[in-house]
Design a protein around this ligand. Structure first.
Ligand code: IPE
Ligand code: IPE
Ligand code: MG
Length: 236
């Protein structure tokens, strides 16, 4: 039997509520996104200190491209800035940084910064922070399915050998364990196309807190609650 400590490796978060946080204060939505970006840094450091091995944060979905042009631009500019300063600071804390999502949708300079960060932090021994940017779970599964079709066509894989393990190996998250915990902030209770395959047996936590107000203390409460749950994986 594994110990409790070993059973929590990966936390995934849908960081929601930036817009409402700003609206409540009569501020532009951009102010909420800026504050939300600060929370990312704080929560990443806290999770790292608590020995979490993987933290995956949903920062921008494939569907978020459909937001008004000026909001998309604000988010991309914020990301640009973030890649240069804040994430570099996390590097100092020994955090490894990775990105999942459709890179071809992003501006070239952003992709270059992302690749540089991944290279620079690759040997870090702390937590791996995974940022889902231009990410969609269905798109990820479709892309993997196309690759399976190609492999079968080429004769590299027999139809009978197609299984969940093979599919998992073709996802962005191929070398990352499935999330143990999913947290969604802001009171919404839906998945919004996040890690559809990987969340199969995650414990779900829905918090009413808006993401910019989310604290390490609330993270602790969730982790504590997680350890009190019994995960049965379909068994008795
Ligand atoms: C989450 O906050 C951040 C992104 C989706 C980029 P929202 O922008 O969705 O905030 P609400 O849901 O409008 O409050
Ligand atoms: C999900 O939040 C995406 C991110 C947090 C990046 P949304 O605010 O885009 O999701 P919906 O539209 O409420 O489902
Ligand atoms: Mg939202």
């Amino acid at each position: 039997m594994s110990t409790k400590q070993e059973s929590l490796q990966h936390i995934a978060v849908i960081m929601d509520g930036n817009g409402r946080w700003a609206q409540k204060r009569g501020l532009p939505r951009a102010a909420g996104h800026r504050k939300g970006a600060e929370t990312v840094k704080e929560i990443a450091k806290a999770a790292n200190e608590r020995g979490v091995r993987f933290l995956t944060l949903y920062a921008f979905s494939t569907e978020n491209w459909q937001r008004p042009k000026d909001e998309v631009k604000t988010l991309m500019d914020l990301l640009r800035q973030y890649l240069k300063s804040d994430l570099a600071e996390l590097h100092k804390h020994g955090i490894r940084i990775r990105f999942i999502g459709e890179r071809y949708m992003l501006d070239k300079d952003i992709v270059e910064s992302m690749e540089q960060l991944e290279r620079n932090t690759a040997d870090n021994k702390g937590m791996t922070l995974i940022l889902a940017i231009s990410y969609g779970g269905r798109q990820e599964i479709v892309a993997a399915t196309k690759r399976v079709a190609e492999m079968v066509k080429k004769g590299d894989v027999a139809e009978d050998d197609i299984d969940a393990k093979l599919l998992s190996q073709l996802l962005y998250t191929k070398d990352i364990p499935d999330p143990d915990i999913l947290i969604r902030t802001s009171g919404e209770q839906r998945i919004s196309n996040y890690l559809l395959w990987q969340l199969a047996y995650a414990e779900l936590f829905f918090s009413k807190t808006l993401w910019p107000d989310f604290t390490p203390e609330e993270l602790d409460t969730i982790i504590e609650n997680f350890y009190s749950r019994e995960r049965r994986y379909g068994k008795v």
